[in-house]
Ligand binder design. Structure first.
Ligand code: MMA
Ligand code: CA
Length: 236
C-alpha cells in the first residue's frame, strides 16, 4: 500500500515538472506533496558538497603523492650518482716536503691545483642551484674563498669577459653562507664597491667589470652564469 502511494507521488511530480496544465486539480494537497518531495532533495546539497570536497582532497593527496614520489626518486638518483663518481685521469705531483706515506697530491685531468684543492672552471651557463648540482656530480662544490691568495689564484684562471658563480649565497636576512658551511669571515671578502646591493639577489658571482678589478656581486640565483667548482686534492 505504501509503495503504491510513493509511486503515485513520483509520477505526479514528473507530470507537474513537465507541464503546468493541471491547474484544475486541488492545489493545496499537491503543494503539500511537492513540498514533501522536495525535502529529500535538499540534504543532497551538503552531500554533493561533501563529495566534491572529498574528491578535491583525493586529488590534492594524489598530486602531493606524485610530487613527493618524484622528489624522492630524484634524491635517490642523486645519491646513486654521488656513489658512482669517477675521474678517469688524474694529474699527480710528488710533494717532497709532505707527509711520508702520502707523497703524491692529485687533481683530476682538466682541473687546476692550488694549495690543498683542485679547481674546475665550468663554462656551462646555469643557475646557481644547477651549477652547484653540476659541481656535486663531480664530487666537488662551488668554490669557497677564504684568502686574498686564493682569490688571486682563482681570478688568474678566469676569463675577464665572463662571470662565475661561487659557493656563497644568502638563505635569507642577508646571512651570507658558504656552501661548505665554513664561517663567513667579513675580513676575507672581495665585494665590488657598493655590493652586495639588493636583498633579492641571493647568490654571488665573481666578475671583472670594465675599469674595475675582480670582485664579487650579488645577483639573482636564477641568472645563468658560468661557475667555479672546488674539491680537495686526492693524496696517494
Ligand atoms: C648591476 C648592479 C649589480 C646588480 C646587477 C644585476 C651590472 O650590475 O646593480 O649590483 O647585481 O646589475 O644584473
Ligand atoms: Ca648586486
Amino acid at each position: 500500500m505504501a509503495s503504491e502511494i510513493t509511486y503515485a507521488e513520483v509520477k505526479f511530480k514528473n507530470e507537474s515538472n513537465s507541464s503546468h496544465s493541471y491547474s484544475e486539480s486541488p492545489s493545496a494537497p499537491r503543494k503539500k506533496r511537492i513540498h514533501h518531495l522536495s525535502k529529500p532533495v535538499s540534504p543532497s546539497l551538503p552531500f554533493t558538497s561533501l563529495m566534491v570536497l572529498l574528491l578535491l582532497l583525493a586529488i590534492t593527496f594524489l598530486v602531493a603523492f606524485i610530487i613527493y614520489f618524484q622528489k624522492y626518486s630524484q634524491l635517490l638518483e642523486e645519491k646513486k650518482s654521488i656513489k658512482d663518481i669517477t675521474h678517469n685521469k688524474l694529474n699527480c705531483r710528488k710533494n717532497v716536503s709532505s707527509m711520508e706515506d702520502k707523497v703524491w697530491s692529485c687533481c683530476p685531468m682538466d682541473w687546476k691545483a692550488f694549495g690543498s684543492h683542485c679547481y674546475f672552471i665550468s663554462t656551462n651557463r646555469a643557475s646557481w642551484n644547477e651549477s652547484e648540482a653540476n659541481c656535486s656530480q663531480m664530487g666537488a662544490h662551488l668554490v669557497v674563498i677564504h684568502s686574498q691568495k686564493q682569490e688571486d689564484f682563482i681570478t688568474g684562471i678566469l676569463d675577464k669577459a665572463a662571470a662565475y658563480f661561487i659557493g656563497l649565497s644568502d638563505p635569507g636576512h642577508r646571512q651570507w653562507q658558504w656552501i661548505d658551511q665554513m664561517p663567513y669571515n667579513e675580513s676575507a671578502t672581495f665585494w665590488h664597491k657598493g655590493e652586495p646591493n639588493n636583498d633579492n639577489e641571493k647568490c654571488v658571482i665573481i666578475n671583472h667589470p670594465k675599469n674595475t678589478g675582480w670582485g664579487w656581486n650579488d645577483i639573482h640565483c636564477s641568472d645563468e652564469q658560468k661557475s667555479v667548482c672546488q674539491m680537495k686534492k686526492v693524496y696517494l
